[in-house]
Design a protein around this ligand. Structure first.
Ligand code: SAM
Length: 280
């Protein structure tokens, strides 16, 4: 922020204005403040979770967290999902254009589901999340955007969502939150068509801690400790693995292959995201 004493005016330099005010920019980070404020409102509960080791579920957070998450991730999905991530998957774009069946697991408020439904009118999309208030919000937003006829939203977990023979099952910034990611992948193997694909979007992170000591890595590492890892711990069953927000590619590969998939690769990436494709 610059201040000119002559005119008594404050000015945001263009690069600051883009990051703080331009909701269409993939560099729009303003919702990150809403997100972090929402997370720290649960500080006493988080402290208790640290003391007991019992974790804390996503739905226990302050209600600001859920719309903030949507606002934080949506701009990246708007900028890249249709233009770059889907085309980076082998043969998936053609199927979506002609008419495919897609599950968006851990869809939250459904920003990714709506963006795909807008872009591929011949396809049908099914969003699932185990957080009921998020599913209610997702339904309302899809109706308001006029894509309600192409999307269904249902409360379901990654290990009991309905349907089978999906051409594409997507996990946007949620596989690392799950208490039993291997179980989720085993379930996905049964739900996906034999020639179908998984799209797994995970926050950008390196294979070693020192690769995450930068502004992006610090934000994701903070979110991991305060939000994502506690959810994984709280919901993990006997096979629980708390991947956390900065899970390495190697850890993700092991989870996906252990779940029964035979191929896993990084299809593309952005400064904030790693985009993986898995195949049966
Ligand atoms: C970080 S949010 C991402 C939401 C959304 N995909 C997005 O990109 O905006 C993680 C979501 O995963 C959901 N989630 C976590 N574990 C889940 C599970 N086992 N089954 C279904 N949803 C789950 C949470 O309820 C939450 O909505």
């Amino acid at each position: 922020m610059a201040y000119d004493p002559q005119t008594e005016r404050y000015t945001l330099p263009p690069e600051h204005a883009m990051a703080l005010t331009d909701e269409t920019s993939p560099a729009y980070v303003a919702p990150g403040f809403q997100l972090m404020l929402a997370i720290v409102r649960a500080e006493p509960r988080i402290e208790e979770a640290f003391r007991t080791g019992g974790g804390m579920e996503w739905g226990e957070h302050h209600s600001d967290l859920f719309p903030a998450t949507e606002r934080f991730f949506r701009t990246g999905y708007l900028a890249y999902l249709v233009s770059s991530w889907i085309p980076a998957l082998d043969g998936v774009e053609a199927k979506l254009k002609s008419g495919a069946t897609v599950a968006d697991v851990g869809c939250g408020h459904g920003a990714s589901t709506r963006i795909m439904a807008q872009a591929y009118p011949n396809s049908r999309f099914h969003g699932f999340d185990n957080h009921a208030p998020s599913i209610e919000a997702a339904r309302a937003e899809a109706e308001a955007e006029g894509v309600g006829d192409r999307i269904t939203f249902e409360v379901a977990t990654a290990q009991d969502f309905p349907g089978s023979g999906y051409d594409l099952i997507a996990y946007f910034d949620c596989l690392h939150d799950m208490g039993d990611p291997v179980g989720a992948m085993r379930y996905a193997r049964r739900a996906v068509a034999d020639d179908g694909a998984l799209l797994i979007v995970e926050p950008m992170a390196g294979e070693h801690v020192e690769e995450n000591i930068n502004p992006v890595g610090r934000v994701f590492s903070g979110a991991s400790v305060l939000c994502c890892t506690p959810n994984a711990i709280a919901t993990g069953g006997p096979e629980g693995v708390a991947l956390g927000t900065v899970a390495t590619e190697q850890q993700l590969r092991e989870v996906v292959l252990e779940g029964g998939f035979t191929r896993f690769r990084r299809a593309t990436e952005t400064p904030f995201n790693r985009i993986f494709e898995a195949r049966p």
